[in-house]
Design a protein around this ligand. Structure first.
Ligand SMILES: Nc1ncnc2c1ncn2[C@@H]1O[C@H](COP(=O)(O)OP(=O)(O)OP(=O)(O)O)[C@@H](O)[C@H]1O
Ligand SMILES: Nc1nc2c(c(=O)[nH]1)N=C(CO)CN2
Length: 164
């Protein structure tokens, strides 16, 4: 099964955390976006994030893989702050088998229910797939032309690759 994973980090050595996660995924990574520095979304009183996306293939339980990567990065959840700071957040944005998989399960909702609101996911996704389409919301390129997302996208700034 193919999946789109979105990675974010805003605590500790952010770039090293992303690099280690990508290295752990190894050959499962088909495509990696550049790394983007992005202002915090949803809970503004926290440091800026580094975000990137990966197209991956080869596992069937991508939520378990995502949780494993978060644990390896020493992520601690703060129950008081839903969108609070974290060493590593890995969201499963979409899964294809080979067509898009839909799920209303709260443990793994697919496509990710907030992806269409997040320029920090859509901008790197467009980079790895110019024809990206989010079921229910249309082409990512069109979404990013909507005024609110276009404004957010201006603050999503490429800062090199995961290795540099
Ligand atoms: N598509 C998905 N990707 C990742 N987690 C999901 C997904 N759908 C549901 N979840 C569930 O959401 C729970 C909370 O995840 P997490 O703490 O990473 O949320 P968050 O990153 O704070 O918020 P958000 O999901 O809006 O990014 C997880 O335990 C997971 O089971
Ligand atoms: N810019 C940005 N903001 C966030 C992010 C993230 O990855 N990037 N993740 C969050 C956790 O849900 C909350 N806010």
């Amino acid at each position: 099964m193919r999946a789109l994973l979105a990675l974010g980090s805003n605590l500790g050595d952010r770039r090293e955390t992303l690099r280690a996660a990508v290295a752990t995924l190894g050959d499962a990574v088909l495509s990696a976006s550049r790394v983007y520095e992005t202002p915090p979304w949803g809970d503004e009183l926290q440091p800026a994030y580094l975000n990137m996306v990966l197209i991956v293939e080869g596992h069937s339980d991508w939520l378990a893989v995502a949780r494993g990567l978060e644990e390896a990065a020493g992520r601690v959840r703060d129950p008081e702050r839903r969108f609070g700071p974290r060493t590593l957040d890995v969201d499963v944005i979409m899964v294809w088998d080979p067509t898009p998989v839909f799920s209303a399960d709260p443990e793994l909702t697919l496509p990710h229910p907030r992806a269409h609101l997040r320029a920090f996911v859509l901008v790197p996704w467009l980079e790895v797939d110019p024809w990206a389409e989010l079921p229910g919301h249309g082409f990512v390129a069109d979404l990013l032309r909507e005024p609110a997302l276009a404004a957010d996208a201006r603050d999503v700034v490429a800062v090199g690759t995961v290795a540099s």
